[in-house]
Design a protein around this ligand. Structure first.
Ligand code: NAD
Length: 359
């Protein structure tokens, strides 16, 4: 297979963690006979310093012309005083909008080796946590009309939630397709006992279910889901939900798994091209010190292989290598425990690279 990957190293720890992920992709390409071409994209504060624009058009084009995009992180206090429209974080929104990625997919997975980092009770963690939240990213209440006016002498605010059938259908399909590539269980989360948008959501999900007979669909109200994520997270495989519910539930889900440095994410649209990035930011406090955890970025590269390039075996090869290195007790500072062997960013990348073996 031959693919072109746009690589955005960005700011802070971005270059350190992305270099390790690219190294892993190179080894996978060698092992499995693929060719990955990398196109460097300057984006974020570094691009602002050079071009006066955090995402120049020419750089954006490189992303749009690639098969997928791997991103480290952008931003930092150096650029905090820029006008909002010029800030590096704005370039992220521009990239997501231009790539038309309407679904954000965040796995919540506990690595058994790091179980003690979870705030949940051991008897809950023991049953395993390994699910993914598919969140609608470009519709719903965040994108509806917002207004505040004075009525009868007091301020009244209104935020409008709106969903069309086609918006629900396209995210629903991503949910079903994601479940198909995992354990074939999809939980649709809504608030259909109160909201019209949720009733429509539920109806569309059930209509789609007929096209995916191999996937078991269930419904859950969002308030119950928030409880179930801490009470019995082992029951979930894939959760699909609207923008605001997904925003809240995916943060809750990332908390129960431990370190922010371990969690990858993907954003997908209607083509196979996706945007893959760890969920953390540019961590300026630890940048350039070789102490950042590269695993979230390395697992983002694995997600790219699985979800954009349909290379499930290669993705599993990376995930197994991460697991093997954790089994041996190697830990970056953020996941260090009493018996751990403290490991730098580069060393962690090299250890994972050494454990990549074709199954
Ligand atoms: P952050 O995620 O960068 O850091 C929060 C804490 O987690 C810090 O203590 C940091 O050292 C630690 N941390 C984060 N990633 C780590 C890793 N891989 N290994 C070890 N420790 C890690 O959040 P923040 O400090 O609020 O934001 C810093 C900058 O990043 C800001 O400019 C923010 O706007 C930006 N940001 C960018 C993105 C993105 O590019 N997608 C996302 C969030 C924040």
């Amino acid at each position: 297979m031959e693919k072109t990957i746009a690589v955005i190293r960005g700011d802070g720890i971005g270059p350190e963690i992305v270099n390790e992920a690219v190294n892993i992709l190179d080894i996978i390409a060698n092992l499995y006979g693929h060719t990955f071409h990398y196109v460097d994209v300057e984006m974020g504060g570094c691009a602002y310093d050079k071009y006066g624009d955090a995402l120049p058009q020419e750089m954006l084009e490189k992303c749009l012309n690639s098969d997928s995009v791997l991103l480290g992180a952008v931003g930092g206090s150096k650029w905090n005083d820029l006008p909002a429209a010029k800030r590096p974080e704005k370039s992220l929104l521009k990239l997501r909008a231009s790539m038309n990625v309407f679904s954000n997919n965040r796995p919540a997975k506990i690595w058994p080796q790091l179980a003690s980092a979870s705030p949940l009770k051991p008897e809950i963690v023991e049953k395993g946590i390994d699910f993914i939240i598919v969140r609608e990213l470009t519709g719903g209440i965040y994108f509806g009309e917002h207004k505040t006016e004075t009525v009868n002498g007091e301020k009244v605010s209104v935020d409008n939630m709106r969903y069309s059938e086609s918006e629900i259908e396209r995210i629903g399909r991503i949910g079903f397709e994601t479940a198909r590539k995992r354990n074939k269980k999809l939980c649709s989360v809504e608030k259909s006992n109160v909201l019209d948008c949720s009733q429509l959501w539920k109806a569309v999900m059930h209509r789609l279910a007929a096209e995916y007979p191999d996937v078991e669909l269930s419904d859950m109200l969002v308030d119950n889901c928030a409880m179930q994520i801490v009470k019995n997270p082992a029951q979930f495989d894939v959760i699909v939900t609207e923008n605001m519910f997904g925003d809240i539930l995916s943060d809750e889900a990332s908390m129960i798994t431990g370190s922010i440095g371990m969690i990858p994410s993907s954003s997908l649209g209607s083509t196979s091209r996706g945007l893959y990035e760890p969920i953390h930011g540019s961590a300026p406090d630890i940048a350039g010190k070789n102490i950042a955890n590269p695993i979230g970025t390395i697992l983002s590269a694995a997600m790219m292989l699985r979800y954009s390039f349909d290379l499930a075996e290669e993705a599993a090869c990376i995930e197994n290598a991460v697991s093997a290195v954790l089994n041996q007790g190697y830990r970056t500072a953020d996941i260090m425990d009493a018996d751990g062997k403290l490991t730098g960013c580069k060393e962690m990348g090299s250890l994972i690279a050494k454990h990549l073996t074709k199954g």
